[in-house]
Design a protein around this ligand. Sequence first.
Ligand code: FEO
Length: 168
Amino acid sequence: MKLSSKLEKVLNDQVNLELNSAYAYLGMAAYFEHTAFTGFGKWMEVQSKEEIGHADRFFKYIVERGGRVTLQAIAEPKRDYKSPLDVFKASLGHEQKVSAAICAIYELAGDEKDYATLSFLKWFLDEQVEEERNVSDILAKLELIGDNRGALYQIDKQAGRRAEAAKS
Ligand code: FEO
């Protein structure tokens, strides 16, 4: 059962979006390392590696289904942000965009009655719920503390610990 050319195209676009996500998060990690928020930096580094894993899943799936992987250019990531809050807002916006893209592929697969693709995408639907939740949790804390530097330091440390745990 070969992929339709329409599905092959959107799955390739998704490889690109996931790799763009990886690069965007690496850009956020670089910003945090530069501004001495090393906990958030580690968190973003882990996030970036996860995105590469997501791209790899799409890559392998296209190949498994007899499609052709066509890699596209990756955009230069944003370099500067106003604050950690600003970064996590951008991160949530990005995850929402990824979720919408995955839902659009799901809809197309449904229209085409491509049940294998619907099954493959299920993991991503669940993953997006978790990804949006993880970012929203940190965002909510950052919104709550406002300008409290001590609390910000604590949240940065917590984020670093979570990143270390995710690596091991
Ligand atoms: Fe792969 Fe965070 O979406």
